[in-house]
Write a protein that binds this ligand. Structure first.
Ligand SMILES: [Zn+2]
Length: 348
């Protein structure tokens, strides 16, 4: 078992063999009335009851790890709303919301401080130096720690250098942390990071001096269930190929089906049954922490938890064909893998 995890998670993981993360926040806030262009983090202070209700729905559905509503709580993102002066207040309030839900539900969960991307590009593509970016993550990590977060949850990332900044900041704060990439562009991240490259990068960090409290890596968001699972398959295969399967927990938090633009909003095609199948396939592939991302709700989480509690049955590693047969055709991940194979052939 990986080092650095809070006792509660270690115990549940040992007893059950996996952990449950939570589901979407952003899309749930929109459903609850968050206006387009409004700052989601302000709801931690101004509409706390709504945020608490969302956390509560995941706790009641069995989540072990609940993420704070602080995805965009870094200086760069807050500044777009003139809210950089509220950074500490909104991040601390984000942790409080999970704690309030925890008190209401009476369920023991771990509070994970969500840190999404800054939206800025590093030099030379942008103006920001790595030092500046690290400072931004530092600031948010400190605020989340001050609020009382148990973990830091670096997510939806696409650039390795940015991930490095976030991970160094998390390491400095001294909380256990994880990182997940979003493979939404032909099986890679927007910045061209493949699942295999992410594994190499994470193993390097794990071996480095800041790696002590680094416990988990994987993927979240991106495209639909099928693409997510195909990327997960590559990621775990790579960990196995390099003989390091147990160095880090593998996290998967996939979107609730495929997002489709309809009637002026994104709608997600994933049914509860489909997300139940996704969870079983994720476990058969070897994921240790299973959750959901955009478009999901408490009911999806509940079905997923129930399916997993019933056992995974066939424990063979599903093939790409089987994955696509069960949860539908992939849009991008497979093309990416073919591209990667072609690239490797060229390098050889
Ligand atoms: Zn998402």
């Amino acid at each position: 078992m990986v080092s650095g995890l809070p006792l509660l998670l270690r115990r549940r993981w040992r007893d059950r063999g996996y952990l449950l993360a939570d589901g979407a926040m952003g899309t749930r806030l929109m459903t609850a009335g968050l206006a387009e262009g409004a700052l989601p983090e302000r709801w931690n202070r101004d509409r706390a009851a709504d945020v608490v209700a969302i956390h509560r729905s995941y706790m009641d559905a069995g989540s072990d790890i609940v993420l704070t509503n602080s995805f965009g709580g870094n200086r760069a993102r807050l500044a777009m709303h003139g809210a950089e002066g509220e950074l500490e207040e909104l991040n601390v309030a984000a942790v409080r919301c999970v704690m309030r839900a925890k008190e209401d539900s009476g369920r023991e969960v771990v509070v994970a401080g969500s840190m999404g991307p800054t939206g800025e590009l590093l030099y030379p593509l942008g103006k920001l130096s790595e030092g500046d970016m690290e400072e931004m993550y530092d600031e948010q990590a400190c605020a989340l720690a001050k609020g009382g977060a148990d973990l830091l949850w670096i997510e939806t990332q696409s650039d390795l250098k940015e991930m490095g900044c976030a991970m160094r900041a998390a390491g400095k704060v001294g909380l256990p942390y994880s990182v997940t990439g979003s493979f939404d562009t032909a099986g890679s991240t927007m910045m061209g990071v493949s699942p295999e490259k992410l594994v190499d990068f994470c193993l390097d960090i794990k071996r480095s001096s800041i790696g002590g409290m680094f416990w988990g890596m994987g993927l979240n968001c991106g495209l639909g269930a099928s693409d997510t699972l195909l990327s997960l398959r590559r990621l775990i295969k790579k960990l196995e190929d390099v003989g390091n399967r147990d160095a880090l927990a593998v996290i998967v938090k996939g979107n609730c089906g495929v997002p489709q633009w309809r009637d002026g909003a994104f709608r997600y095609s994933g049914s509860e049954e489909l997300m139940g199948e996704y969870a079983i396939l994720a476990r058969r592939l070897g994921a240790d922490v299973v959750g959901l991302c955009c478009g999901s709700g408490g009911e999806h989480m509940k079905t997923m938890g129930e399916r997993l509690a019933g056992g995974i049955g066939d424990d063979s590693v599903p093939s790409e064909e089987e994955i696509e047969r069960i949860v539908g055709k992939a849009e991008g991940a497979k093309g990416g893998e073919q591209k990667e194979r072609r690239r490797k052939r060229r390098e050889k």
